[in-house]
Design a protein around this ligand. Structure first.
Ligand code: 2HG
Ligand code: ZN
Length: 454
């Protein structure tokens, strides 16, 4: 059922009228995804202030069979948090705050709606680092990043969100409060709920609190931007660097077309006189100066034609802007179709070479942009110049990924946009088990029913 007047009245009683929004102007921001590709015509939004209010809301939704879309910072890129079928949006924005940081043992607990950047800063203030970093850090929430198992820029070293989360509190689709917040670094007492909930995309329940493990803060940090005349040399070198620099924090890849777009969109000077070819951005951190470690690795790579190195925070930030601003620069061209894929290590160049032609065959008028996390053989395929509901390029690229034995989501999740391909990513037996897991948490099927699994 779509929320009606009587239901809204009951919600008002739980959270107060000010925290139930239905006016289209007030709900606009909750109804539209970051890309602008998916916009719900109307929606009701509820903003609970604590876990008991979340449980009371889910109880009401069960009673009235109202479907729910949990929403954090609404920065997702697979339409996993927009109410396109009239679901009730349960926003975690009022569940905001760091609860504790242990400087001694490197643990942090926070409410689910706390922005990622706040978590990162709290960790730094106590001499630690939170292992996950993504470009949308100021708006994305810690609950959203855990629920989608966000990866980002440091997966090479620390893994994705699933590897950081050591405790959760959540309201399941049954309206039960599940609390496992001890935060011990080792816990071998059976099914590990924090790991299961990481990447569940709001289909099991709503996260209200998380316990995270932090990683040590290193004294020295060096970034290098490498330019390669030949794009294939850049791709192959990026994959090679994972073995050449054990523990490299980031190994990122982009190409001349993306670089030129970033520079023209943001009026930035390019890093080198030439702007064609392929680019690898690599960052290394350690207790001692890391420049020699980087230099030794770069020596081994084939085809490096330019190098820029930075070991201070301003210089590093300058190099990172060329990579991080890709998403915004592409968005300035219009709505982009976004795919976040991985191929088996060693196969990235073959994939990169094949993608533009694969897209051209089904959408000759479209433009393909490639950049991403090449250290893990993962890349973002963005396609511009397509209608919002034209899935021809999405389909062609995902079929290529499957044919190469890759993963159709390496970072952003399945959401709605890749739901139709779940059958290619999993066997029927796998899917049946996933459905049974979902129904243990959400027997009525009210939690984000259009997302991840059907
Ligand atoms: C990144 O790596 C983000 O910058 C966004 O995951 C990727 O815009 C995209 O497709
Ligand atoms: Zn990414």
């Amino acid at each position: 059922m779509v929320p009606d007047k009587a239901f809204i009245g009951e919600l008002d009683e739980v959270v107060g009228t000010a925290n139930v929004l239905t006016d289209p102007e007030l709900t606009h921001h909750y109804r539209r995804d970051w890309t602008g590709r998916f916009v719900a015509p109307s929606a009701a939004v509820v903003r609970p202030g604590d876990v008991t209010e979340v449980a009371a809301i889910i109880e009401l939704c069960r009673k009235h069979q109202v479907a729910v879309v949990p929403q954090g910072g609404n920065t997702g890129l697979v339409a996993g948090a927009v109410p396109l079928s009239g679901e009730l949006v349960v926003s975690t924005e009022r569940l905001n705050g760091i609860e504790s940081v242990s400087a001694g043992s490197g643990g942090l607990t926070a409410l689910a709606g706390t922005p990622l950047a706040t978590v990162q800063q709290a960790a730094l203030d106590h001499g630690w680092v939170y292992g996950v970093d993504i470009a949308s850090r100021d708006s994305a929430t810690i609950g959203g990043t855990v629920a989608t198992n966000a990866g980002g820029l440091r997966v090479s070293r620390y893994g994705d969100s699933r590897q950081q989360v050591v405790g959760i509190e959540m309201v399941a689709g049954t309206a039960e409060i599940i609390s496992e917040m001890s935060g011990t670094l080792r816990n071998n007492t059976g099914y590990h709920l924090p790991s299961l909930v990481a990447g569940s995309e709001g289909t099991l329940g709503i996260l209200t609190r998380v316990a995270l493990r932090l990683v040590p803060r290193f004294r020295s940090r060096t970034a290098a931007l490498l330019r390669f005349e030949n794009p294939s040399d850049a791709t192959n070198s990026a994959e090679q660097l994972r073995g050449l620099i054990p523990g490299a924090e980031s190994i990122e890849l982009f190409f001349g077309d993306g670089l030129r777009l970033v520079c023209s969109t943001f009026s930035m000077a390019p890093p080198f006189p030439r702007t064609d070819g392929g680019y690898v951005l690599v960052e290394v951190a350690g207790q001692d100066d890391q420049t020699a470690v980087l230099a030794e690795a770069v020596e081994v790579l084939a085809g490096v034609s330019d190098v820029a190195v930075a070991d201070d925070s301003t210089g590093r930030a300058r190099l990172w802007r060329y990579r991080e601003l890709h998403t915004e620069a592409i968005a300035a061209l219009g709505v982009a179709h976004k795919l976040d894929i991985a191929v088996p290590p060693g196969a990235l160049d073959e994939f990169m070479t094949a993608v533009p032609e694969t897209v051209r065959r089904v959408a000759p008028e479209a433009t393909t942009w490639l950049f991403g996390h090449a250290g893990e053989s993962a890349v973002h395929v963005n396609v511009t110049g397509l209608d919002n509901d034209d899935y021809s390029a999405d389909e062609a690229v995902l079929n290529l990924v499957i044919a190469m034995g890759g993963s159709i989501s390496a970072e952003h999740g399945i959401g709605r946009t890749k739901l139709s391909w779940m059958g290619l990513a999993h066997s029927e037996v796998d899917l049946a088990v996933l459905r049974r897991i979902k129904s243990a948490f959400d027997p009525d099927g009210i939690m984000n029913p259009a997302v991840l699994i059907k």
